[in-house]
Write a protein that binds this ligand. Structure first.
Ligand code: TA6
Length: 289
């Protein structure tokens, strides 16, 4: 169902081999989502792209897409028997609705258990992904409805690839004092006041009870996540690891930083018949002198 007001452009389009939906608000902000993986490919604010999407991303409708917002469910990374980061990012989702009210747009996609999911995960479920767009603000919400008679246990993430103009000049603030696990060296510690990036970086933090701030030049992005996600993951492959990833160009690492609302070390349990929800909210601003 598509309902749009007169000033809001709402169009189906192709991106590579992917079927996508684009919404453009009257002020020009837009979001582009692929039905493959319910994958948000682009979020433009004031003419500036907020997400990194690799020019070498494989857009064949089967492969996980490098960039944008991969939706990792029902497994984070290799913490279980399922494909890396779960199957949801590699599956076709249904476009359920596109609604526009005034200067706000809402897109809902859904994925229900099917023969392909049951072949590797014998669990009934309906997952929904809500994309809420208002000027300068994007909120992404994953809902997991356990339609089974047994508990549903999952981990996962909104694996958001933020675009930065130069990773060497990028700072992430707001995690100070939070528990930190460096996945590269398996070392536990505590987060510094300001995170900076000068090589491969792959860390899992206990989620902070307040917003994080990403700063790169005059561009400032504020990130919040619901309390239902226990962790925030921060990832950049650095130059050497980037060179090993065929779907990233050699300098791709310098233009991206993943800041993920995630559930990593202990999974979520959703009781039979219950619904879990988790969101990440991004606010984009440009600082003027
Ligand atoms: O979220 C960080 C992480 O788990 C890293 O360990 C890194 O490998 C990244 O995800 C990308 O995973 P992918 O399967 O998309 O290549």
């Amino acid at each position: 169902m598509v309902q749009a007001g007169a000033d809001v452009a709402c169009a189906s389009e192709r991106y590579g081999d992917l079927s996508c939906q684009r919404i453009t608000l009257p002020g020009g902000d837009s979001v582009l989502v692929a039905l493959h993986g319910a994958h948000v490919l682009s979020w433009i604010v004031g003419g500036v792209e907020q997400f990194y999407l690799s020019p070498r991303a494989v857009l064949d409708g089967r492969t996980a897409i490098r960039g944008g917002v991969p939706l990792c469910f029902p497994q984070f990374n290799q913490r279980g028997p399922l494909p890396r980061h779960g199957f949801a990012r590699n599956m076709p989702w249904d476009l359920q609705s596109v609604e526009v009210r005034g200067d706000a747009a809402h897109i809902t996609l859904a994925l229900a258990a099917n023969s392909a999911t049951r072949a590797i995960w014998p669990q009934s479920f309906i997952a929904a992904f809500n994309i809420d767009l208002t000027p300068g603000v994007l909120r992404l919400t994953l809902s997991v409805n356990n339609t089974d008679s047994i508990p549903l246990v999952f981990s996962g993430a909104l694996h958001t690839y933020l675009a930065v103009s130069d990773i060497a000049r990028t700072q992430l603030m707001g995690l100070e004092g939070q528990a930190q696990w460096d996945a590269l060296n398996d070392v536990h510690g505590v987060a510094a006041p300001v995170l900076t990036f000068d090589g491969e970086f792959d860390r899992v933090y206990a989620a902070a009870p307040h917003a994080l701030t990403l700063r790169c030049g005059p561009r400032v992005l504020t990130l919040e996540q619901s309390e239902t996600w226990s962790h925030t993951v921060v990832w950049n492959p650095g130059a050497e690891r980037c060179a090993q990833l065929s779907d990233l160009p050699p300098d791709g690492y310098a233009q991206m930083l993943c800041v993920e609302a995630a559930q990593v070390t202990e999974p979520v349990t959703v009781g039979a018949g219950e619904v879990w929800q988790g969101w990440q909210r991004l606010v984009s601003t440009i600082e003027t002198c």
